[in-house]
Design a protein. Structure first.
Length: 258
C-alpha cells in the first residue's frame, strides 16, 4: 500500500456527514474507490455526489450498523461491487444521551455500545473474513475519542465504548500478527463541526453558560489551543493506511491537539 490509493477500496462508516464525509472525499481524491456506509441515504448521496464532482468514485450502502446481519450484507455488497476491500475506517458513532451513572438506563448504554463498539467489531470481522484474510493484506482503523481518556461527567457510556475500541484494536493486531493486516485506533480530540456545536449548545443550556464562552473554553483545552480540523484527522487516517506507516500496528494515534 503506498500513499496513492488508486484501485484500492476503502470503506468509511458514518460517511453521511461530519468527519466521515471528509475522510471519504480525501481517500477518493487519492484515487480510492470509496464505499460509503450510514443510515441516511440522502446524506450519503450528497457525499457520493461531491466525490463524483471531484472526479472520484463511490458506492453507497445504506445500513444501520447496529444490525449484525446488515454488517454482513454491507461487506458482501461492497465485495460484490468492487471485488476487494483494502481499508475499513470504523468512524460511525453516536454520543448517546448524557446521563450520570446514578441515572443510567441500560437502553442508552446498549445503543451506544451497539453503534460504537459492537458494530466496529462485527464490521472488522466481516472485512477480515470476506476480504482481508483471504487477500493477505488490509488495514483496519477505529475512530476513538479523547473523551475516553479524559473522562467527563454524564458520558461514561461513550467513554467506556470508545476505550473498548483500543482493546479491540490491540487484540486484533496481536491476533492478526503476520497476516498482512494492520490495525490501529485514531483517537480524536474536539473536532470543528456539528457534533461539537451540538455538544456545546447542550452543555451551555444544561449548565446555564454562555455558548460562545463555553465553545472558546473547550476549544482551547488542548496544547494547541484550538479545535482539530476534520482534514487533520483524515491526513492521519490516510497515513496509517499507507506504506509510510507499514510498521505501525496495535497503536492509539492521538489526533487531539496534544
Ligand atoms: N466531532 C468531534 O469532536 C469528535 C471528537 C472525538 C471523537 N469523535 C469521533 O469521530 C467520529 C466521527 O464523528 P463526527 O463528529 O463526524 O460525528 P457525526 O457528524 O455525528 O457523524 C456520525 C456518523 O455516524 C453515522 N451513524 C451513527 N449511527 C449509525 C448507525 N446506527 N448505523 C450507521 N451509521 C451510523 C451517522 O450517519 P447516519 O445518521 O446517517 O446513520 C454519521 O454519518 C465518531 O466516531 C466520533 O465518536 C468526534
Amino acid at each position: 500500500m503506498s500513499s496513492d490509493f488508486t484501485g484500492q477500496v476503502v470503506v468509511i462508516t458514518g460517511a453521511s456527514g461530519g468527519i466521515g464525509r471528509v475522510l471519504a472525499r480525501r481517500y477518493a481524491a487519492r484515487g480510492a474507490n470509496v464505499a460509503l456506509v450510514a443510515r441516511r441515504s440522502d446524506e450519503l448521496a450528497v457525499t457520493a455526489g461531491v466525490i463524483a464532482e471531484e472526479g472520484g468514485a463511490a458506492s453507497v450502502h445504506v445500513a444501520d450498523i447496529r444490525e449484525e446481519s446488515l454488517c454482513h450484507e454491507v461487506i458482501g455488497a461492497i465485495m460484490q461491487r468492487w471485488d476487494r476491500l483494502d481499508v475499513l475506517v470504523n468512524n460511525a458513532a453516536v454520543p448517546g444521551i448524557d446521563q450520570r451513572v446514578s441515572d443510567a438506563t441500560v437502553a442508552n448504554w446498549q445503543n451506544v455500545f451497539a453503534t460504537n463498539l459492537f458494530a466496529p467489531m462485527v464490521l472488522a470481522r466481516e472485512a477480515l473474513s470476506q476480504a482481508m484474510i483471504p487477500a493477505g493484506s488490509g488495514n483496519l482503523q477505529f475512530v476513538s475519542s479523547a473523551a475516553a481518556r479524559v473522562v467527563q461527567p454524564k458520558k461514561a457510556h461513550y467513554a467506556a465504548a470508545k476505550l473498548g475500541l483500543s482493546a479491540l484494536a490491540q487484540t486484533l493486531a496481536l491476533e492478526l500478527g503476520t497476516s498482512g493486516v494492520r490495525v490501529n485506533t485514531v483517537v480524536v480530540g474536539s473536532v470543528a463541526g456539528e457534533l461539537f456545536d451540538s455538544y456545546v449548545a447542550r452543555r451551555a443550556a444544561e449548565d446555564g453558560l454562555d455558548p460562545g464562552e463555553l465553545r472558546s473554553r473547550l476549544a482551547a483545552l488542548n496544547k494547541l489551543g484550538r479545535l482539530v480540523q476534520p482534514d487533520e484527522v483524515a491526513e492521519v487516517s490516510l497515513w496509517l493506511a499507507s506504506d509510510a506507516a507499514s510498521a505501525i500496528t496495535g497503536q492509539d494515534i492521538n489526533v487531539t491537539g496534544g
